[in-house]
Design a protein around this ligand. Structure first.
Ligand code: AMP
Length: 424
């Protein structure tokens, strides 16, 4: 099946051709016709499956087919995402796929000045991509009118709920017109997601493409057992040994990310850290430097890495395993994307064996273990409880009316900062 058969206009086909896509991905094949049929959808698709084009292309097609009836340039499509990075990247996709169409789009998120956003909105936008908190600021300041929205898209809805955005989402829903098309994308389907979809979606068509954790053949996964105190040495060794040029490294905490980036720099490996405590500008710069190859290693916390979209990212390293198993799947999904091969390795110390067991249970397979010569763990070292990042721990995950319940032991360092009012 080609994009042509999906019923997309020439302007979109041209943009797709420019991207070099030969054929639609599975989620695109399934979602595009259903969306063009004006149905609501509930799609289980993770980053890396091509989901962004899966909703952006038919959305642009429908906006193109149906000229605005309710006056010129009002917001006709609203796309909500959990993080700023994802919002920016989705808007870039909207611009990219829509480059031969006349629609205007903008992105709205917190952590940056509101006035330029107000100025952009004043010009009249057809498509707005936003994180919920800052969007509500605009709603309450009446700098955005959402009363004529035809499309609502929730991207990574599970993450939005994880981050405690449920009340914000409800507030946004309250200012949208009742008649609209709703598209909801989520990597996982918890009871909370089901509750949300029941109230939000109108007889949705279910679309489920193979999840990364079941279809990760393209990602080579390996565990390197190592003592905690030697992880950094091992990481430096691995990077230098094979001369890795671009590697995304995950830590559990913001502090850990900063410290590791600093240490790698000392080892002569250009590195940057990206997490919720960094200003938006610093995060954007770190990501740009990483993408352009100026920085070899990007050290990230889970939430900061959401939506990072780098084509052909060859290496992902779990410097520390996540304590929430699903995050492992999200992390390794950064590599091996859209048909490319990738490698995900985890440096695992004895303290993390329980996390590893949980991850293997989730992905339903044992990950190959390979001890690197010279880095064999000392068998006399016994497991100790993991320090989840100190002071922030007592706060509970998510700053905005937290609704998370998956794992009481979860590190909330990154999530708390990202979703707290002051940092929107
Ligand atoms: P996403 O799941 O939306 O984050 O997309 C993952 C990556 O797949 C992005 O880098 C897209 O540019 C790429 N992509 C999307 N659709 C296709 C396609 N049909 N063929 C090849 N690559 C694609």
């Amino acid at each position: 099946m080609s994009f042509k058969n999906l019923g997309l206009c020439d302007q979109l086909l041209r943009a797709i051709k420019e991207q070099g896509y030969d054929e639609p991905t599975p989620v695109q094949k399934e979602a595009i016709p259903v969306i063009l049929n004006k149905r609501d959808i509930l799609a289980g698709a993770q980053t890396g499956t091509g989901k962004t084009a899966g909703f952006t292309l038919p959305m642009l097609q429908l906006l193109h087919d149906h000229k605005p009836t309710k006056g010129k340039h009002h917001v006709r499509a609203l796309i909500l995402t959990p993080t700023r990075e994802l919002a920016s990247q989705v808007q870039e996709s909207v611009e990219m796929y829509g480059k031969f169409l006349p629609f205007k789009s903008t992105v709205i998120f917190g952590g940056v000045k509101i006035n330029p956003q107000i100025a952009a909105l004043r010009k009249g936008m057809d498509i707005v991509v936003a994180t919920p908190g800052r969007l509500l600021d605009h709603v309450s300041q009446k700098t955005i009118d959402l009363s004529k929205v035809d499309f609502l898209i929730l991207d990574e809805a599970d993450r939005m709920l994880d981050m405690g955005f449920i009340n914000d989402i409800k507030k946004v829903l309250a200012v949208l017109p009742k008649q609209r098309q709703n598209l909801l994308f989520s990597a996982t389907f918890s009871n909370e997601i089901k509750k949300l979809t029941d109230s939000l979606l109108n007889s949705p068509v279910l679309i489920e493409v193979a999840r990364r954790n079941q279809s990760s053949e393209q990602i080579k996964q390996v565990v390197h057992p190592v003592d905690k105190t030697r992880k950094r040495e091992l990481l430096t060794f691995l990077i230098k040994k094979d001369n890795w040029k671009q590697v995304l490294v995950f830590t559990r905490t913001k502090h850990g990310a900063n410290r590791l980036a600093g240490q790698l720099e000392k080892d002569g490996i250009t590195s940057a850290a990206i997490h919720g405590n960094k200003s938006q500008n610093a995060r954007t710069k770190a990501l740009a430097d990483f993408k352009s190859g100026q920085v070899r290693v990007l050290v990230a916390t889970d939430i900061a890495a959401r939506g990072i979209d780098i084509d052909q990212l060859p290496h992902v390293v779990n410097y520390e395993l996540p304590n929430v198993s699903e995050d492992y799947v999200h992390r390794i999904g950064r590599t091996g994307r859209a048909g490319n091969n990738g490698e995900a390795m985890s440096l695992v110390c004895v303290d993390e064996n329980e996390f590893l067991a949980n991850i293997e249970k989730l992905i339903k397979k044992d990950i190959h273990k390979s001890v690197i010569k010279g880095f064999a763990p000392d068998p006399s070292i016994k497991a100790e409880p993991i320090n989840m990042g100190g002071g922030n721990r007592a706060k509970g995950g998510g700053g905005r009316g937290n609704s998370r319940n998956r794992n009481s032991n979860r590190n909330n360092n990154s999530r708390g900062a990202n979703s707290s009012r002051g940092r929107r």
